[in-house]
Design a protein around this ligand. Structure first.
Ligand code: NAD
Length: 516
């Protein structure tokens, strides 16, 4: 264009959303590899976006009232509950009344309040009905059925699920499993509900979702706020009464091993995080022995990653979850912390807070703890530019989905802090989900050793291809072959991971063409 040629009118800036932010890397990689424009349009938006609603009847609950509010109720006598097992205590002191907890009890209610034998006064709130917003986004299925987790969380939206579904498309391609990408869930804070309420909500959710999914169509799995128990309910709701219901076992992955889940699935994402970190250091002729690390999020991914890294010789020095932050530069025992957090019936919040083997730290100081590497394993967009400026680590291994914002990424690059991008780092979960799906199809059960061995090869092989793309060094070794994927110039690791995903998806469109 000459200096005098008319300039195109600037288009009004599209609003920045979680989705547009998460797609920045897609566009960067698409530009770098000169992706076909039609394929770019296909992948830029999901195939389908489903929004639906789930209603459920809630139980009566007891809400604790403050001593000031209970001041006028001094003469309220104690209600002796006949069946204390019917009282389900939530993390914040509320109590769900399951079954007929109060039936047959000696109940004293005054103006809607009652007192339990711990002396606490509660407001009795009758269970009403509630409506929840639910989602399933199916992003792309060029390489196989849509695949992706079900999240129960209060801060979900269509925009968020679009980004998570797209991320699954990239991740399944990188892990080279024959799936596409999907994601969904319910806008709900599961900690505010009792077990039976969550069961009812989950069954109703699957009743509505059923027509959109199937073992060869779309395969959900657990994500934040959902568990193998919920996957079992999903499976039953999907398959009950079907003539060939055992052929449907693979419609859900992340199941308990006793009902067709895979050995090694529960820890698979954390295991994969550990394998990629191990390979990062192996590439530098180093091992994990003596390396220090910090973990954000001590749920499924964070706790397993911490435990496995510890077993490989590394030392956990700080941990942060939704409720607290802990530090111990001499090392926090990940096995003890896991027991304290996840196997402790007193710890209703399943929080690291209160663990005796470490000191409490201000949340704002967590990212400044010096260590060899950091594993964000909580929610997205945690490593912002300002967090990235603070970090005192050499490597960020992304256990969570999308934990680094684009601005954060630029700061990491400027500060020469390496990244193992989420789409390879946390691909262990979906890879073992694929193993579970194959085992279900074949009615087989593999050993944990077998699963781990396959997973290690799958992740390390693809991580090596990504490093070769980044360094522009096409190679064929006994383990991997990157010759079809390098693009003739070096790129950063995140871009390289996306190039690998897009090249694998592109092959389907190039060879199979577009359906007309
Ligand atoms: P989880 O619900 O088991 O644990 C989430 C953890 O994050 C909890 O410890 C919680 O306290 C913590 N957390 C929540 N909000 C926080 C905040 N504001 N600050 C600090 N900590 C906070 O979830 P999970 O399955 O471990 O998933 C964690 C991340 O990994 C998510 O981004 C998820 O999408 C991703 N992921 C999970 C899997 C899997 O197999 N579970 C696979 C791939 C990616």
């Amino acid at each position: 264009m000459t200096q005098n040629s008319p300039q195109p009118a600037p288009s009004p800036a599209a609003p920045r959303t979680i989705y547009t932010e998460s797609m920045e890397i897609f566009h960067r990689a698409a530009d770098a590899m000169n992706l076909d424009s039609r394929l770019r349009l296909e992948l830029e938006e999901p195939d389908y976006e489903h929004i639906f609603y789930v209603t459920a009847k809630l139980k009566d609950r007891l809400i604790p009232v403050s001593p000031e509010d209970a001041a006028g109720l001094g003469d309220l006598s104690v209600t002796k509950v006949r069946d204390p097992g019917g009282l389900e205590r939530l993390f914040d002191g509320k109590i769900i009344l399951n079954g007929r907890a109060l039936l047959g009890s000696d109940v004293s209610i005054k103006e809607g309040y009652l007192r339990l034998d711990n002396g606490q006064v509660y407001r009795l709130v009758p269970g009403g009905t509630q409506r929840f917003k639910a989602y399933r986004v199916q992003h792309n299925q060029a390489r196989g059925p849509y695949k992706g987790g079900i999240r129960y969380h209060q801060a979900v939206s269509l925009d968020l699920f679009k980004s998570l579904a797209a991320e699954m498309t990239w991740k399944t391609a990188i892990a080279d499993v024959p799936f596409g990408g999907g994601k969904g869930g319910i806008q709900i804070d599961p900690r505010q509900f009792g077990k039976e309420e969550l069961q009812a909500i989950s069954l109703r959710f699957m009743y509505k979702l059923k027509q959109l999914i199937g073992p060869s169509i779309d395969i959900p799995a657990p994500d934040v706020g959902t568990t193998p128990e919920i996957m079992a309910l999903f499976l039953r709701q999907f398959s009950d009464g079907e003539r060939e219901r055992h052929n449907a076992r693979g419609v859900i992955t992340g199941k308990d091993v006793r009902i067709g889940g895979s050995e090694g699935r529960a820890k698979a994402t954390g295991q994969g995080v550990a394998f990629t970190i191990e390979d990062y250091f192996a590439d530098r002729n180093e091992t994990l022995r003596g390396k220090t690390f910090i973990v954000q999020g001590f749920g499924n991914v964070g706790s397993w990653a911490a435990l496995i890294l510890q077993n490989m010789g590394a030392k956990l020095v700080a941990v942060n979850d939704a409720d607290g932050t802990l530090v111990n530069m001499n090392g926090i025992d990940a096995a003890e912390l896991m027991r304290y957090t996840h196997e402790n019936p007193q710890n209703l919040k399943r929080s690291v807070l209160g663990f005796p083997g470490a000191e409490v730290l201000a949340r704002s100081d967590f990212w400044e703890i010096p260590a060899d590497f950091a594993v964000p394993a909580a929610l997205g967009s945690e490593i912002t530019a300002s967090v990235a400026e603070k970090l005192k680590v050499k490597l960020v291994a992304e256990g969570a989905n999308g934990p680094t914002t684009p601005e954060g990424d630029r700061v990491l690059e400027r500060r020469k802090i390496d990244v193992i991008p989420d789409i390879i780092c946390n691909a262990g979960g979906v890879t073992v989900s694929y193993y579970e799906w194959i085992q279900n199809k074949r009615m087989e059960a593999w050993t944990e050793k077998d699963v781990d061995a396959r997973l290690e090869i799958a992740l390390k092989k693809n991580y090596r291809i990504i490093r070769d793309i980044a360094r522009n060094t096409p190679r064929r070794t006994e383990m991997h072959d990157s010759r079809d994927y390098v693009i003739g110039k070096p790129v950063d690791t995140r871009c390289a991971a996306m190039v690998l995903a897009l090249k694998r998806i592109e092959a389907h469109y190039n060879l199979e063409g577009f359906s007309q």
